[in-house]
Design a protein around this ligand. Structure first.
Ligand code: FES
Ligand SMILES: [Fe+2]
Length: 393
């Protein structure tokens, strides 16, 4: 594994504060960063049977993962080809045909159009091209990701060097603990991702983690910007009872896992917006989605290996207690950062070498949206045009 910090070629300076305020830039970021990248939808064990489906509403694109009657897992835009009604809601098992609730166009589970009411009223009877819009789909260690704009690196190539770190956690066996948590944070989505990309804030910002874990403050990153760090449970008992109990119980309860991960919490971030946190007893994902310029939606699903031992339930409860507090600390910190970034005159100070992944992420935003290189907002309403001009130049 390459653990040396790899700086993106254009990672020269951090983003300007205005890029954390602009609703128009958030739209451009969604178009140029989110739609072109892998977005986590669900675990394969949430769609195990034929005709099982799982939907996710991305900011502008409802998406659908569906296991066809042939057993193949596919991804589609969850949008009817007739006049655009959203087809399915939530997650369940559908019938042999997906029927649109508006005018009743119906689709096979492989996405082909199956029929439409009053077929004789349509001038064009070539329905071959009227199937659901297919999306890129890839499963990594049981986790199902989709990509709206096709092409680009595969998930496996982006994560290849980290698979030896991830596979021992046996994610493919996991099932959802409960429905994903959804929150809205009062900060730009990038504040949340920046925060996820560095452990420099852990000693001060997360006293619990500091007591519990020996955190790798530098972390590592590859050429795709997939970044991570490994934190090891400290041997000396924490002064906090929940953390102390977790330290005491985790190694024995995780004894079925390889030794190197029993005591290790592994944290990863994949550009632009996905965090992956692996523990011996469970795992979770953090996804940040823009809601305008100064607000974001956070999706937080948790998965566990099926294990009915009472002690394992206790361990997960302790983990949830510890990580709920850390999540609340992160939210409060991110919202404080947004409050400061909203100041007219603020510019980021120098970044520590512990923050190399933050700088890389900023370079990715600058590459995807050249207008974000400007020190000042050229003006809401003309930002898209400026971006197009800068891209053409
Ligand atoms: S929008 Fe779906 S059938 Fe009309
Ligand atoms: Fe944090």
């Amino acid at each position: 594994m390459n653990t040396s910090p790899i700086q993106h070629s254009t990672a020269t300076r951090p983003l300007a504060a205005w890029t954390y305020q602009s609703a128009e830039l958030a739209e451009l970021e969604y178009e140029n960063l989110f739609r072109t990248s892998w977005q986590f939808v669900c675990h394969v064990n949430e769609v195990p049977r034929q005709r099982d489906f799982f939907t996710l509403d991305l900011p502008r694109d409802p998406v659908l993962v569906l296991r066809g009657e042939d057993g193949v897992l596919r991804a589609f835009l969850n949008v009817c080809r007739h006049r655009g009604a959203k087809l399915l809601e939530g997650a369940a098992q559908c019938k042999a045909r997906l029927s649109c609730p508006y005018h009743g166009w119906s689709y096979h589970t492989d996405g082909r159009l199956a029929g439409r009411p009053a077929e004789h009223t349509f001038a064009d009877h070539d329905t071959q091209s009227l199937g659901l819009r297919a999306l890129d789909i890839e499963v990594l260690c049981g986790l199902v990701f989709v990509r709206i704009v096709p092409g680009g690196a595969s998930l496996h190539s982006m994560w290849a060097e980290y698979l030896p770190l991830i596979e021992p956690y046996r994610l493919e066996e996991m099932v959802p603990l409960q429905a994903a948590f959804l929150e809205e944070w009062d900060c730009n989505w990038k504040v949340g991702v920046d925060n996820n990309l560095e452990n420099y804030h852990v000693p001060v910002g997360h006293p619990g983690y500091q007591r519990l874990l020996d955190s790798d403050l530098t972390g590592f990153m590859n050429v795709h910007g997939v970044a991570g760090s490994l934190s090891v449970l400290r041997p000396e008992p924490s002064s906090n009872w929940a953390e102390r109990m977790y330290q005491r119980m985790a190694p024995a309860l995780n004894s079925a896992l390889p030794a190197q991960v029993r005591n290790t919490w592994s944290f990863f971030t994949m550009p632009p917006n996905t965090g992956l946190d692996l523990y011996g007893d469970s795992m979770d994902l953090f996804q940040f989605f823009p809601l305008g310029g100064q607000r974001c939606r956070v999706r937080y699903p948790i998965y566990v290996r099926p294990d009915t031992r009472r002690e394992m339930r206790v361990l997960r409860h302790l983990n949830a207690r510890i990580n709920r507090r850390v999540g609340a600390e992160d939210r409060a910190l991110c919202e404080r950062v947004q409050a400061g970034l909203n100041s007219q005159d603020f510019a980021f100070g120098p970044l520590s070498s512990y923050e190399h992944c933050v700088l890389d992420m900023h370079a990715r935003v600058q590459d995807a949206c050249p207008v974000s290189r400007l020190p000042h907002n050229p003006g809401e309403g003309v930002l898209r045009q400026h971006n197009a001009n800068m891209r053409a130049a």
